[in-house]
Design a protein around this ligand. Sequence first.
Ligand code: GDP
Ligand code: MG
Length: 598
Amino acid sequence: TPLSRIRNFSIVAHIDHGKSTLADRLIQMTGSVADRDMKDQILDSMDIERERGITIKANTVRLEYNAKDGEHYVLNLIDTPGHVDFAYEVSRSLAACEGSLLVVDASQGVEAQTLANVYQALDNNHEIVPVLNKVDLPAAEPERIKAQIEEVIGLDASDAVMISAKTGLGVDEVLEAIVKRLPAPKEGDITKPLKAMLVDSWYDAYLGVIVLVRIIDGELKKGQTIRMMGTGAKYPVERVGVMTPSMVMVDSLGPGEIGFITASIKEVADTRVGDTITEDKRPTSEALPGFKPAQPVVFCGLFPVDAAEFDDLRAAVGKLRLNDASFTFEMESSAALGFGFRCGFLGLLHLEIIQERLSREFDLDLIATAPSVVYKMNLTDGKTVELHNPADMPDPVKIDTIEEPWIRATILTPDEYLGNILKLCQDRRGIQVDLSYAGSRAMLVYDLPLNEVVFDFYDRLKSLSRGYASFDYNLTDYREGDLVKMSIMVNGEPVDALSMLVHRSQAERRGRAMVEKLKELIPQHMFKIPIQAAIGGKVIARETLSALRKDVTAKCYGGDVSRKRKLLDKQKEGKKRMRQFGKVDIPQEAFIQALKMD
Ligand code: GDP
Ligand code: MG
């Protein structure tokens, strides 16, 4: 296909504004999928994606379109994830395209992720076509939203396409706009040495590792030996194809085209997204500007509730890693929870998704420890170490300073919730950077320590604003903080799984909440049990669980033997799910509840 008849584009939108629905309509209207195979949200392939209505992994589809100018076009749609945790995946997908459709819900308007995503598209020099979706809704106010797009984003919205992705109204104009208003790939010479970008990769049970590529120069063919310029690894190309969205094999891919290859690559981790692929025999002289690999920013421990399931957990995390190179894990052992894994995630949603997949797809019952960010410990001997796990905290006398990651958050909210949200940000050690208005919506920019956001910030924000506030963030820098390790002691014994790093100013609040909760959760014993939160040797919060006075069976007045037996059995049953700390039995459920912050 000549460059002039290729369009590579993505759709950027805030969650729920209709990106997947529009993708479905485009696929349907270009006849890429037979009607009988059409199901909703065809690009969102994982079950969790469908249920939660979010796109997790970027995907792609090639559409064939006969335009009104009589020409035949190839349109490559690269679907991008809509959530902040996957900003890195968004950026690499955008780098493979020349333009974006900016979808905005005409009844909701611009939201935090609309901004984050459109700025990323602009950073990639994209041409942007604004699309106002859901105009079928009675609450739609397309004229007002157009003005808002111009005011907040600074983008000309006078030619915005008005559509209902649901009914299909106006979607034909979207196809025309892609052809007329988005640019064709700029460069590209088929006679030059092969130069292609590695856009994405995933693991397929039948085909092994599949690599999505965007060709810049040259031709990619079956049988060629390719070289990954970043890693130096060489592979013979076994298959070349395009996603329609089902996989169709082709002879070759040329400049401007997007497709996939397989090349007996063993693991997704062997493919570095953003790497340049060239031909080993006739390599290109310059690689594409490198991408930085995604780094895990949030860590937590995952332990099986039933210790016998450890091997199943090991197999499961290994399987997930095959398809998700940004998820990391290493073995960890805890006195409280036994053997498990310390896992790293791109963010909180990523953590939740992995946890959910482990329990759903692999049927595992798990305990997750409190999420922790990555701290930098500057030691007195001049060395700096990263801390992923509060349990590995060096001896405090050896620590000079501790640095923690900060984020810049953008929050959009209806005016009436602003007061509460300002207070929330302030309570979480936030520093206000900006406050502006777009109509009756306030746009708030805050710098916040990630440590204060990983627990429950998002949930609090949603409840304070009745779900109307939207939130987006990016990591900015590391800053020194007065951070301390808070330990929890039950009957004088530290419980490792419950220790955490907190800011000194927040320690008492967090410590108090934890000991009060544990008092509710730990069953009474025959003796008094002190429950304490401590920093170093100093107790900052304390509760005492009183002793059990009578045997539970005393209630039975000796008469009803079967009832007594039942109670004893129940106690025994309970014992199995207990962990012992010194002389104290703590039920599994207590950990699960205590680690759920509220
Ligand atoms: P995404 O998160 O941006 O991919 O959004 P989806 O495509 O999953 O759509 C979110 C919700 O909005 C779904 O319930 C859709 O059925 C609904 N929706 C999408 N487009 C329209 C539209 O044009 N009109 C109406 N009324 N609902 C729509
Ligand atoms: Mg979607």
